[in-house]
Design a protein. Sequence first.
Length: 83
Amino acid sequence: MPTVLRRGPLRIVIYPADHRPAHVHAIGPDGEAVFHLNCPAGPSELRENYGFKQRALAAVERLINGHLNELCRAWEEIHGIAR
């Protein structure tokens, strides 16, 4: 599972054998969340949350949206066209 972005203990991961649409898994000490990237223009959209409190979840979403182009490129490199 390639970690495509890391901030402290938080990892943003794209699973190589995962399904479309383009999305990332945010994995931290308090939980895991899945965000659709909505490439190429975004913004990301929360699909699932397992354990993150609202404040932490909002910070994860800001991080993902701040790196959206990079994450969409990473998805394309791992899976092919994101659309």
